[in-house]
Design a protein around this ligand. Structure first.
Ligand SMILES: N[C@@H](CCC[C@H](N)C(=O)O)C(=O)O
Length: 287
């Protein structure tokens, strides 16, 4: 394989961190092993995942009629992801900061469909917050799901946010343990492709806190789809009353969720680009 230096950016949304690889023409070869190497926090640059930003015209995975850009999201273990709320916010921030797209509302295609992202015009009071339309949570799913960590076991609610979540309510976030290994999800066959698990406590009216163990990554400091799944589960299980706005605190920061009249959710929070540079990657010869 031919090694080539390519540009990258490092960014995060509430400390859910990503490498952005701009690939407008869809030329990068990104095998799983390469993603694992890049995301390694000692032997690589380090990140929860990679966001390959590719124009829809240059990928068979998206339609150029629906969006200009496609988010090719990869988890740190090299697996493909369909949706990533924080990743979308970081990728949009990158596209605007680099002038690849103007500020305002942009549509980005994902494997779970298109999403609208709002990146405000720069102004003295603009704090770097970016909002993404997350769509409506879907709750019907596998029933009778349980999550176990050490000697504790909780019933879980399945929530689909374009990716699968199993949400449990705990008395204390410390009960999730150190989360160095994946929680056990039963029955074993319920999620053949894995699942992200949220451990949630209600903190007050319209206010939750959570820790998350992400499929393909491990414990992360924040998860946008996970925060929305937690609100959906809290509403479904009567752990929160209906409200237009919710606050969700995660180890890496605070995310805000607006619930629209049709049940669709909007996720808002910080999205930062911290560094840019070049990195060596394997590259496919141009067609
Ligand atoms: N951190 C993300 C979710 C990333 C994808 C997840 N690991 C999966 O495999 O589904 C978010 O902010 O939503």
């Amino acid at each position: 394989m031919h090694r080539t230096e390519v540009p990258f950016a490092k960014g995060h949304g509430a400390e859910n961190d990503f490498l952005v690889l701009p690939d407008p023409d869809g030329r990068l070869d990104l095998p799983a092993a390469e993603v694992v190497r890049l995301c390694d926090r000692r032997a690589g640059i380090g990140a929860d995942g990679v966001l390959r930003a590719v124009r829809c015209t240059a990928t068979p995975e998206a339609s150029a009629e629906e969006a200009e850009w496609f988010m090719d999201y990869r988890n740190a273990d090299g697996s493909l992801g369909a949706m990533c709320g924080n990743g979308l916010r970081v990728m949009a921030r990158y596209l605007v900061d680099t002038g690849l797209t103007p500020p305002g509302t942009l549509t980005i295609a994902t494997r779970a469909g298109t999403r609208q992202v709002r990146v405000p015009h720069r102004s003295p009071d603009f704090q770097g917050e970016v909002t993404v339309g997350m769509g409506r949570p879907r709750l019907p799913g596998p029933d009778g799901i349980d999550v176990t960590v050490a000697e504790r076991r909780w019933p879980a609610l399945h929530v689909d946010m374009g990716n699968p979540h199993a949400v449990v309510f705990v008395d204390d976030l410390a009960h999730a343990g150190d989360l160095r290994i994946a929680p056990i999800v039963d029955p074993a066959g319920a999620y053949p492709h894995g699942v992200t698990v949220e451990f949630v406590i209600p903190c007050g009216p319209a206010h939750l806190a959570l820790r998350v163990y992400e499929r393909g990554v491990g414990e992360t400091r924040a998860c946008g789809t996970g925060a929305c799944a937690a609100v959906a589960a809290a509403l479904s299980w009567g752990r929160q009353s209906a409200a237009a706005h919710y606050t969700v605190d995660l180890p890496g920061g605070r995310l805000r969720i607006a619930v629209l009249a049709d049940g669709a959710m909007e996720l808002t929070g910080p999205a930062e680009i911290l560094a840019r540079g070049t990195v060596n990657l394997g590259r496919r010869a141009a067609a």
